[in-house]
Design a protein around this ligand. Sequence first.
Ligand code: AMP
Length: 415
Amino acid sequence: MTDFTGLELAQPILRAITDEGYTTPTPIQLKSIPALLEGRDLLGVAQTGTGKTAAFTLPLLHRLAQNGEKLKSRQPRALIIAPTRELAAQINDSVRCYGQHMHLRSTVVFGGASIRPQIQALNRGVHILVATPGRLLDLMNQRHLQLGSVETFILDEADRMLDMGFIPDVKKITAALPNKRQTLLFSATMPKSIEGLAASLLNDPVRVEVAPAATTVEKVEQHVLFVAKDKKRSLLGELLKNKDIARVLVFTRTKHGADRVVRHLQQCGVKSDAIHGNKAQNARQRALKSFRNGRIRALVATDIAARGIDVDGVTHVINFDLPNEPESYVHRIGRTARAGAGGIALSFCDHEERAYLRNIEKVIRQSVPVLEDQPFHAAEIANAPAPGKRSQQRKRNPNQRRRNPGRTKRAPKAA
Ligand code: AMP
């Protein structure tokens, strides 16, 4: 069974999948959909980019299609919770897309946006509610929402929920759910506390594990560019003269750093915008939309704001600043290797960031090739003793060396 017709999904759903141009289910879809159609609980160890949203949405839509599509005011039949507004909005977009040929109502609620239209949508009644935990609890506490009719509960990116301190909220939400329900929990990693949460929420779940982080990493062509801190912006401007860098996600450590990068790019004539926590929700949505539809070429983001962002066709990820958590590196570069596609990740590394680079290389179990042929290459950073080690020079594998991508056919992809 390698195509969608082998999965016994209702016709309107298959039509929507065809409209989207999907021909083959991804591994997580192949493994999850049959078990979910049987009504099993599921523990999914998978990160964004694996096709997990469709893996949980398609069987959910199928169940709704089979069981009649009746609606009750303020009582959703399925609840999906996600840690960030962007991810929640994206899930709702996917639900609408896959459910476009059904008579289906869904809505998304999150903080930072006016609550009134959210209350109105709930009053009208929805089959599927997608929510971030805080706003969901507000709506429950204000009695605009009742979870007694929830048949399917999906918790996405549980490890991010943990990082962001949402687990107590999640527990309050799950306490309001009926005992008889189907429950799905997805997490990119499985720390002990998530295992514990899963054990308390799931009933005899199927465990589906796909593409550990390293597999995604392998699909991405990675380079490190050693550069002095004060030359990073000039380097970025130079790289973006290369039009092959068509859709680029640039990561900075701070919100102000993101704004500074955007100002510089605009001076260089590169259409760009930033998303980070200081921006109003609608400004973030606007930036994301412009990035998706190609109106802007570069989106500059901080880690938190970028969590779960799903944009197809990102040709490059540029780490303007290296993250201090290797896991963030893996998440960041995974944005350019969606659903099996490859991509290119370029990481700027200044003197102080060499320790981060070393930790990243340990976690991804490979050394990141150095791109020397760039105008701001700082040999003194490359050759300085590795932090924490005595006079060990950074070794370069000659096979991994790249020429200036601007001058080669393939490399523009690379830089
Ligand atoms: P997700 O892991 O849910 O964030 O999905 C990652 C991306 O893969 C999204 O852009 C989906 O539109 C796309 N996608 C999901 N399933 C398939 C499929 N079977 N074939 C092609 N693309 C897919």
